[in-house]
Design a protein around this ligand. Structure first.
Ligand SMILES: Nc1ncnc2c1ncn2[C@@H]1O[C@H](COP(=O)(O)OP(=O)(O)OP(=O)(O)O)[C@@H](O)[C@H]1O
Length: 630
């Protein structure tokens, strides 16, 4: 083989991709929480979690909860009566008289047994109906709280490392919320059955009682340990679950299909997906033998005590300590008690298991709830001036501030361009100006009021933002302009915004004009080009007629005509607002009254285009010259 042969071979068979990174659940507050979750901790916190859920159930559907509770109680009582009647029938049935008179004597008890069993069944079905009504509402309520809590949290909390993983863990808690009602309901039902069977046990020798308990408790302990193993696997898989979800999306969304295919990423993405799945499966499979061992050991111990119980009963009967009829009653009672006690322990273990997932939900809601926007209640007018006063902001995961002791004043009527190298802090500064985030140090003032003293929603009624990574709402064309605004009963303002960004022709060409659904991936409808989507993002901001308009690279995907149209619109409307344009296209900064050059979170230069251009050695002049050097 020649050298060129070997080169060709290695070129056609690239080395296998490296394995996916081993991502773990790393949420700050909860990183080691599993270690802290003992059965005792769950038991301690469980009543509060169950109470929280039951209260919520009561609020979402009181009649259904009442129906559920009453029917459950009634079914339990009926089952107890049926059991007691069964035990009572045993005495006459096994008595000394002939068969006909024994059946006669047992008939009333047998009739009660049948009637009680039928009643129990009816109430059980009604209870299941109540439960079926309340559980979806409960899940929705828990989910709604989850969404509201996240929406109301300061953005900084969402920037915390591990927030996403904690959110995924909490979602599992949301899905299990409904289990609480079923688990508690089943637990109650089993306890009722025990009460019924207890009647039969009063005739028993006292030595049997501890044996019964020992016969069922190991199974319960086994279930708790098995639940903990399963929770641990779930916990270890959370990081990978998120990554797998993302990889799946990248691999399958038409949005990135071109990038993935034409850059030869398909194999790599598939490999990642398979490797992450295998890793998750390996954890789940590794847990299976431990679960089996635990359940087997628990069953063996429980079985041992059950055998002992039956042995003791046999001994008592054969040695004349109890009569045959009593022994037969005891057999029925014992079976019923062991079964219902076993169920009660098992359902209690389920509640504990659910409790572990609820813990994740509650700690997430607590943590995110603590980060809720706690700003003032002042309602701002459209500001004449926004002043950033020695403000700093450091992202929670970073040591260095993204905006570092920065001061500036923006005045109504002014168009300000903000430029700087990547990572200079431009987008972060925009978030401070619009009060999306609050500074860690220093102040941002809208006229005389600090942004932290203002009602956040009221502030955002005066702002309009086009972000770099703007949203493509899978809604109608109209809503892509009006989203977040009060509805108007005619489309004139919508068309005005559409015209300002030069979109009329594109909208006219859509099959249903403004009514066209732009959600091809989800519900069908039409798709737009990248630049047309960006024009929609700009139209959305202009439609708001905001007092503070922030445009972060608003024309990065636009053709020259589109860019010109948007800048013309900005110029025409400048008097009514503060306009800030963040851009890397330095030619566009000619439009601005003032240019701010940011570096490492500080303003290092400012002035007009001509002033900065003419300053020898200025960062702006350097960047501008580089942009012209093609
Ligand atoms: N969500 C975040 N979490 C942590 N650090 C962040 C986050 N967003 C930005 N940063 C960091 O803050 C600094 C400033 O980022 P910012 O996005 O404000 O810069 P920029 O000037 O807008 O950059 P670009 O021109 O690339 O858009 C950077 O060092 C960046 O890595």
């Amino acid at each position: 083989m020649t050298t060129s042969d070997s080169t060709n071979t290695s070129a056609t068979t690239p080395p296998p991709p490296p394995p996916p990174a081993d991502l773990r659940f790393e949420a700050k507050d909860v990183a080691n929480r599993l270690a802290g979750i003992t059965v005792r901790t769950v038991v301690r916190r469980l009543p509060a979690a169950v109470w929280w859920t039951l209260k919520m159930a009561w609020r979402v559907d009181r009649p259904a909860v009442l129906l559920l509770g009453v029917c459950q109680l009634a079914a339990g009582v009926a089952q107890a009566v049926a059991l007691a009647a069964t035990a009572r029938a045993m005495g006459p049935l096994l008595g000394g008289a002939d068969a006909a008179s024994r059946i006669d004597a047992a008939l009333p008890a047998l009739a009660v047994m049948v009637a009680a069993a039928a009643v129990a069944r009816v109430f059980t079905v009604l209870a299941a109906y109540g439960s079926g009504r309340v559980t979806p509402k409960l899940t929705t309520e828990a989910d709604t709280r989850f969404v509201e809590t996240v929406c109301r949290a300061e953005l900084t909390a969402m920037e915390e490392p591990g927030f996403h993983d904690a959110q995924t863990a909490a979602k599992a808690g949301v899905q299990r919320t409904a289990n609480v009602v079923t688990d508690v309901q089943r637990c109650m039902s089993a306890l009722m059955q025990i009460t019924g069977a207890m009647g039969a046990l009063t005739v028993l020798h006292p030595v049997l009682l501890p044996l019964i308990v020992l016969a069922v408790v190991p199974a319960g302990v086994g279930e708790i340990v098995a639940a903990r193993i399963s929770y641990r696997t779930h916990y270890l898989n959370i990081g990978d679950q998120n990554v797998r979800h993302m990889v799946r999306w990248w691999a399958t969304t038409p949005k990135h299909a071109t990038e993935v295919r034409a850059n030869g990423m398909t194999d790599y993405v598939r490999y990642w997906y398979a490797a992450i799945s295998r890793r998750m499966d390996a954890r789940t499979i590794a847990a299976a033998p431990r679960t089996a061992r635990t359940v087997l050991a628990a069953s063996a111990v429980g079985g041992l005590f059950q055998t002992l119980t039956w042995g003791v009963l046999a001994y008592l009967a054969t040695h004349g300590h109890i009569g045959l009829a009593v022994a037969a009653t005891a057999v029925v009672g014992l079976r019923a008690v062991i079964a219902s006690l076993g169920n009660a322990v098992s359902y209690a273990a389920n509640v504990l298991n659910t409790g572990m997932y609820l813990e994740d939900l509650h700690s997430f809601l607590d943590r995110t709830g603590r980060a809720a926007q706690q700003r003032g209640t002042r309602l701002p007018d459209a500001p004449r001036e926004v002043r950033v006063d020695n403000a700093s902001y450091t992202y929670p995961s970073k040591d260095r501030p993204a905006v570092d002791g920065l001061s500036l004043t923006l005045t109504r009527g002014e168009v300000v361009a903000v430029v700087g190298v990547n990572g200079a802090g431009k987008s972060t500064l925009m978030n401070l100006i619009t009060a999306v985030t609050l500074p860690d140090k220093g102040r941002v003032l809208w006229d005389a009021a600090e942004t932290r003293a203002l009602d956040a929603d009221a502030v955002w009624r005066h702002t309009g933002v086009v972000t770099q990574d703007f949203a493509k709402w899978p809604l109608r064309a109209r809503e892509n302009v009006t989203q977040g605004q009060p509805r108007t009963d005619h489309d004139d303002p919508v068309w005005e915004a559409v015209d300002q960004v030069g979109l009329r022709e594109a909208v006219d060409e859509l099959p249903h004009g403004l009514d066209t659904l732009l959600a091809r991936e989800y519900f069908g409808g039409s798709e737009l080009s990248g630049g047309q989507w960006q024009r929609f993002a700009c139209a959305r901001a202009l439609y708001r007629k905001p007092a503070v308009l922030i445009l972060d690279e608003p024309t990065s995907q636009l053709d020259a005509r589109g860019e010109h149209q948007i800048f013309t619109a900005l110029r025409q409307q400048r008097r009514d607002r503060i306009t800030v344009i963040v851009t890397h296209r330095l030619d566009n900064t000619r439009l601005a009254d003032r240019i701010l050059v940011l570096d490492h979170g500080r303003i290092v230069e400012q002035g007009t285009f001509d002033e900065l251009r003419a300053t020898p050695g200025s960062l702006f002049a350097e960047l501008y010259d580089l942009s012209q050097d093609r």
